[in-house]
Design a protein around this ligand. Structure first.
Ligand code: ATP
Length: 219
């Protein structure tokens, strides 16, 4: 059975979620208060509906409670985002992902019980900053305030040595969770695995440990 989602708010963020979910084979009900936005997604989404999601009866009549996962991508209108989230929680939607505009908005959404809160501009800013800071860090994904997963590309300096020789966990406090090598990916590589030039190490650890590791071994 196809996975079913509702996306509320068809700005750039919500709109790209709709397009990508459809591309990946999901069913998506796209909702916006603005008819022109809904028109834009009429041929893309499985169903595109004009509705004010701060109106509980409108949400109920759309059968929202039957969907597994609702994504609230209302940005600037924080009041509408909060009210929508509150109503969706009351209706009992199983999974709720909400976009937050700022730290206060995020805290409120946490209190309301949103399952997953995203801050796309901020998150992307962090990723871009890390990418431009280091030639070796290809990608950076924040897990918490202090911990992240990073993709680091291996150059000549480290190549040919094993994970145990580099003593990565003890010396740098980070773990290599996977190694991407050409088309393949090694999950939880063995300690005696030799690291090759061009490998992409997927590491997990605190931000400071990741940066220290990257600086010591790759600069
Ligand atoms: P982006 O950065 O993703 O383009 P944004 O952060 O500027 O978006 P907005 O444009 O404020 O976000 O909101 C996204 C969409 O949410 C808009 O298309 C807007 O019409 C819609 N929206 C706002 N309030 C409601 C509401 N009460 N019910 C349904 N949709 C709403």
């Amino acid at each position: 059975m196809k996975k079913e989602f509702v996306v509320i708010g068809l700005g750039r963020f919500g709109g790209s979620i709709v397009s990508e979910l459809i591309e990946l084979g999901a069913n998506v009900m796209a909702i916006d208060i603005t008819p022109s936005k809904v028109d834009e997604y009429a041929d893309i989404a499985t169903q595109a509906v004009v509705a004010d999601t701060t109106d509980e009866s409108a949400l109920l009549s759309l059968g929202i409670r039957n969907f597994q996962h609702v994504i609230v991508a209302i940005g600037e209108n924080i009041q509408a985002s909060i009210l929508t989230t509150l109503i969706l929680k009351e209706i009992g939607v199983p999974k709720l992902t909400v976009k937050a505009q700022n730290e206060y908005h995020k805290k409120l959404l946490e209190k309301l019980g949103a399952d997953h809160i995203v801050r796309p501009e901020r998150d992307m800013g962090i990723r871009v900053a890390n990418n431009v800071l280091s030639n070796n860090i290809l990608d950076y994904l924040e897990l918490s305030e202090e911990h992240s997963i990073a993709e680091i590309i291996v150059d000549g300096k480290v190549a040919g040595r094993t994970i145990i020789e580099l003593n990565i966990r003890a010396k740098y406090g980070i773990n290599i969770v996977a190694i991407k090598r050409q088309e393949s990916i090694m999950i939880s590589p063995q300690a005696d695995e030799e690291i090759l030039e061009g490998d992409v190490l997927i590491v997990i650890g605190s931000d400071s440990d990741i940066h220290n590791f990257e600086k010591k071994l790759f600069h």
